[in-house]
Design a protein around this ligand. Sequence first.
Ligand code: UDP
Ligand code: UDP
Length: 459
Amino acid sequence: MSYSSKTQSPHVALFPSSGMGHLIPFVRLAASLANQKFQVTIITGHPLVSLAESDFLSLFLSAFPQVISKEFHLLPFDPSTDKSNKDPFFLQFEAIRRSATLLSPLISSSSPPLSAFISDIFLASAFFPITADLHLPNYILFPSCANMLSLTAYFPSLVDNISEEINIPGLSTKISKSWLPPPLVLDSTSPFATQFVENGKKMVEYNGILMNTFDSLEPETLEALNEGKVVNGLPPVIPIGPLVPCEFEKQVSSLSWFDDQPDGSVVFICFGSRTALSREQLRELGAGLVKNEFRFLWILKDKKVDKEDVAEVEEVLGKGLVENLKDKGLVIKGWVDQGGVLSHRAVGGFVSHVGWNSVTEAMWHGVRILAWPQGGDQKMCSSVVKRCGLGMWVDTWDWGGGELVKGEDIGETIKELMGDEKLKLQATHIKEEARKAVASGGSSETNLLRLRKELERCM
Ligand code: UDP
Ligand code: UDP
């Protein structure tokens, strides 16, 4: 049954889960559809967890007043029901999933009626029955790499028997058990693991899986996924990345300090929107920066949620360390326009937790990475970074909360990164490939065009 009238342009609703790493790619896709005269509704779970999310959403809606914003008010959820996970962003995913019954009235009242629904992998199994009931074509926007998607799709068949080395059918590279998001390995009955398996199974019922990656970056994995080698019956996996930052994301940079630095001389250190290293680890990192010769810009995060991140730099790092760091670079607490920083000619390397958005932004600007994964899918993404030659990954360094990495090692490794000409060349090459993919006639642009045609047929 056709769900909407043919007289208007397609109306697509997008529903990210929580956290900037999810909101940003959804907003970039929403902006791209709105620019193509699609009617777009963005739905977000309220209250939002972080200030960064509220600010970003407001900026987006001011820049795109034609986009409809709907607040999805969550049912009361007692977080103490999940003793294994205290992460406020994960608790928000859970709360959205548990409020799924509220989705039907919210989207049924859409005017004009919806033509398609695009949601986050975290919400896949909870939302599918609702949107399918409304005869809506359903898509997932997967916020990570194809490597992670292959694990998500295959995982339901190995959940009870995870070997040290995992062979995903159709892929030549093995995945180490130690790369899996830790909650999957620690307790297969935890809410994280349970929803991971349910979401993984549900993917086969979707119309398509949109990916923030591009063909020439992960060719083998994308081919294996699309040829049904990883899991039989998976819908089309559609790479439309890298999703390019929008104009409204660009902050007028107050970092004039950068302009005085020589080309490629500065190390940028940022662990994304929701990763706070322990204070002890932060101080080791600071000691590493003092020891090596490079200038740096360091975005310091002391708490997972920005609203709670109120301590001054001196309190976090100690007075002595701050004094020693002063002449060598900048330590900033707060949000910076990461895309803007990475685009600056002075930046020569990026120390990153390897959140997938950060990786795609580093590719977009051709900046080599020192991968220091801290949790979640970040080791799966680090293996892509290493394989494609965008960066280095010291895989003996522990996850966040594990064994302390010493300042001396950090300093030495940054030196290695900044001196590695091969990585620099390859990062430039990847930048060219990324830009080709989204340019007219490129693989991702062609896929996006096809997707838009498909969405038009959904009307
Ligand atoms: N980001 C930013 N400024 C900051 C911190 C993060 O612009 O100070 C952006 C970054 O550019 C990326 C996103 O926030 O687009 C973080 O997503 P990612 O997947 O890299 O990591 P997550 O925060 O989800 O762990
Ligand atoms: N993920 C998935 N299926 C799920 C939940 C998560 O494939 O049911 C993937 C998704 O790519 C996510 C990653 O697992 O980005 C790691 O989850 P994490 O807890 O690190 O959340 P994130 O950092 O993405 O917010």
